[in-house]
Design a protein around this ligand. Structure first.
Ligand code: ADP
Ligand code: MG
Length: 225
């Protein structure tokens, strides 16, 4: 899905953080890295792209969807149908085991059918993520790296057209980092998906066609005073 942002402005209540994005375009099927200091709004922009939060002004177009003109219910439906979100803090469900977590989208989305094909895909994805022997494990027994890989598997299983990954390699050792990046790129390519990834890993940046530095969007009121 092609993505375009126009004159987007977002603030949290009366906090002095302010995200201002005059224009940003991400081509369908492209790979974009978001970089910038902690607190510069990278996660906030992923949440805006997913329709989890709404900007105070401006337009966000994702494929055929103008997020600002959808109702809350339709924005949620859009998100469940098209977005694979890898949360920085994983957001796995503690009372479900690993494979139930991987299938979570199929529980909450009536439009997704849990077919035998999906279960076959789950097994192969678990294998790629080296989670095969963890499928029946409970979440509280996983290491940080395993939690991260489970969160990635959950996001990828429904074949989303837009993958939003918030520091998905942050808890992995160097060899796992490049393996996971290969996996994200391969899944994006197989589904013609657009990939947006937040990273602090400058060694990975040469693999992205576009690098967006948030320094540029993070203008506090005081800098204009
Ligand atoms: P990054 O992902 O680049 O580290 P974030 O998008 O998480 O940055 O945060 C940007 C700014 O917004 C920070 O100053 C952060 O403290 C603030 N912030 C994030 N989430 C909230 C929230 N739910 N309510 C109020 N302020 C928030
Ligand atoms: Mg963040």
């Amino acid at each position: 899905m092609d993505i375009s942002l126009n004159q987007v402005e977002f603030a949290y209540g009366d906090e002095d953080f302010r995200l201002q994005i005059p224009e940003l375009k991400l081509a369908a099927g492209s790979h974009t890295a978001f970089v910038g200091p902690s607190g510069s709004g990278k996660t906030t922009l992923l949440r805006l792209l997913a329709g989890i939060t709404q900007p105070q002004s401006g337009a966000i177009q994702i494929g055929d969807y103008s997020l600002q003109s959808l109702s809350d219910a339709n924005r949620r439906a859009f998100r469940i149908k098209h977005i694979g979100f890898v949360f920085q803090d994983f957001r796995l469900i503690e009372y479900l085991n690993v494979q139930e977590n991987l299938r979570l989208s199929y529980r909450v989305n009536e439009a997704l059918n849990l077919t035998t094909e999906v279960n076959t895909r789950l097994k192969s994805l678990a294998n790629e993520l080296q989670l095969t022997d963890k499928l029946d494990a409970t979440i509280d027994t996983l290491s940080q790296g395993e939690l991260q890989r489970a969160a990635i598997g959950r996001a990828l299983l429904p074949k989303p057209k837009l993958i939003l990954a918030d520091e998905p390699t942050g808890n992995l050792d160097p060899s796992n980092k490049s393996r996971i990046l290969d996996l994200l790129f391969a899944h994006a390519a197989a589904n013609h998906a657009t990939l947006v990834m937040v990273t602090h890993d400058h060694a990975l940046l040469n693999r992205f066609e576009q690098v967006v530095d948030f320094e540029e969007f993070h203008k506090k009121e005081s800098t204009n005073a």
